[in-house]
Design a protein around this ligand. Structure first.
Ligand SMILES: [Zn+2]
Length: 237
């Protein structure tokens, strides 16, 4: 197995024990996933992700049922409808950033910021760091919980990465944002943007949106319907 992926999941299992006040069961859980992958002939990364999601979901249920005890706030308790997480994504996750924006979340890239500086940059800007680099989980500000990180192994599919982030932070579907830049989409009268609408689209679509930041024109066509179906399956599942 890719050592970095196992290393990353071990760090996540340890973090989960810290959030819930439970025991560190990283060794047992990694062994369980490794055995399942060998038995089923599946990828170790997906087997680990499955065990991780199971443990995370169980911990959330137990946490919601209380009592809370003296442990720190777990990530899923830090955000709600009025205070959604905003993301800083490492450069390899540009595609995932676009999906998060479609789900209604601000997700930025930090071009020019070297990888090892991303945790500090996210902390400085009050953003959740979304990364595929397992090494980031060893950084002091991440391990001690000062900087919240969602780690999505690159061996997972985009849909699996999105689902993992959604479960970890308790994300629900919000009003879609501009997939290109994350700006707010403003409903706009058809007549105001008619010159920019492809003639065939104009014959059957009446609802249009313009990004408040990059001015991109959007409508909910068949492409959007496919995106929305994936979001319902992965984020709202
Ligand atoms: Zn935009």
């Amino acid at each position: 197995m890719d050592g970095r992926i196992e290393h990353g999941f071990r760090a996540r299992f340890r973090a989960l024990a810290g959030w819930t006040g439970g025991e560190d069961e990283a060794d047992r859980l990694v062994s369980e996933a490794t055995a399942a992958a060998a038995r089923e002939g599946t990828s170790p990364a997906h087997a680990l992700a499955r065990v991780w999601l199971r443990e995370l979901t169980a911990a959330k249920r137990a946490w919601i049922a209380g009592p809370r005890g003296s442990v720190g706030e777990p990530p899923w308790a830090l955000f709600d409808e009025a205070n959604p997480p905003r993301f800083l994504c490492d450069p390899s996750l540009g595609g995932l950033a676009r999906w998060l924006r479609a789900a209604g979340y601000e997700a930025r890239l930090a071009p020019g910021v070297p990888g090892h500086r991303l945790p500090d940059e996210a902390l400085r800007r009050g953003l959740v760091l979304l990364t595929s680099e397992a090494e980031v989980l060893d950084r002091r500000i991440v391990a001690d919980g000062s900087q919240l990180v969602v780690w999505v192994p690159s061996a997972l599919t985009m849909a699996a990465q999105l689902h993992l982030a959604a479960v970890e932070l308790g994300l629900t579907l919000r009003e879609a944002r501009c997939m290109a830049c994350g700006g707010r989409l403003v409903p706009t009268a058809k007549e105001a943007v008619r010159p920019r609408i492809p003639p065939r689209t104009a014959t059957w679509k009446d609802e249009y949106f313009v990004c408040a930041e990059c001015d991109h024109l959007f409508w909910r066509g068949t492409h959007w319907e496919r995106i929305a179906a994936t979001l319902r399956r992965t984020v709202a599942a």
